[in-house]
Design a protein around this ligand. Sequence first.
Ligand SMILES: Nc1ncnc2c1ncn2[C@@H]1O[C@H](COP(=O)(O)OP(=O)(O)O)[C@@H](O)[C@H]1O
Ligand SMILES: [Mg+2]
Length: 251
Amino acid sequence: MPGKTVIGLEKIKKIYHMGETRISALNGIDMTISEGEMVAIMGSSGSGKSTLLNIIGCLDKPTEGNYFLDEKNVSELDKNQLSDIRNKKIGFVFQGFNLLGRVAVLANVQLPLSYAGVEKKEAIAKAKKALDWVGLSKYSSHYPGQMSGGQQQRVAIARALVNNPSLILADEPTGALDSKTSIEIISIIQRLNIEKGITVVMVTHEKEISLYCRRLIRLKDGRIIEDAPVLNPRNAAEDLAALRGETDVGT
Ligand SMILES: Nc1ncnc2c1ncn2[C@@H]1O[C@H](COP(=O)(O)OP(=O)(O)O)[C@@H](O)[C@H]1O
Ligand SMILES: [Mg+2]
């Protein structure tokens, strides 16, 4: 049975104005994503992937068209209302991790809760739980700069899930990582999707990474040119175990 619709896009267009020039980043996107899906958005550089993800994440507004998030039309909301929705429903993961370098890991993870006005004691408890979930409970007082890229991305995932979002949006989450670390990160994202039932939309330009999702949407010049299920999606935990097995044989 298909889950309820989480994301509904109708004829979404986005035009950027750069002085005299108009850049049509999205040219009429229609798409529906249901609760519990794990979707990869692919396409070459400049095809509109980030623009689309930013609109889905209420970080940006479409120039035209309607966006229904949990069946509520959010296209007409103002900035404050959009940030309210973001705080309550959406977790973000970015290619460059976007952690604050000057504060410790635990404080980074707590950040979305302080924006939401959660009381400090509760915020700390929730941040610890999220860090534990990504396997980094021992790193609370480290600083991001003292950690590897993969660890920093796990901190970013803990921050994304700290306020219990129903939707996780990831823009090239493995773009800055080597292939084994990429699979580690994908295995955490798959667990978010399967164990927690969180809907995941992930932008990637790597075919290999898209094969861990269950549906692939391909963009070209701001239009959808392909939207199809991934046949036999890969299981990142299994692939990791196999990789580790190979490493162990030689040691
Ligand atoms: N803030 C912006 N101002 C002007 N043009 C932009 C802006 N953001 C993106 N664009 C343009 O919109 C198009 C789509 O960009 P983007 O969504 O970043 O693509 P992708 O993530 O697939 O590389 C590109 O032509 C890009 O140059
Ligand atoms: Mg992009």
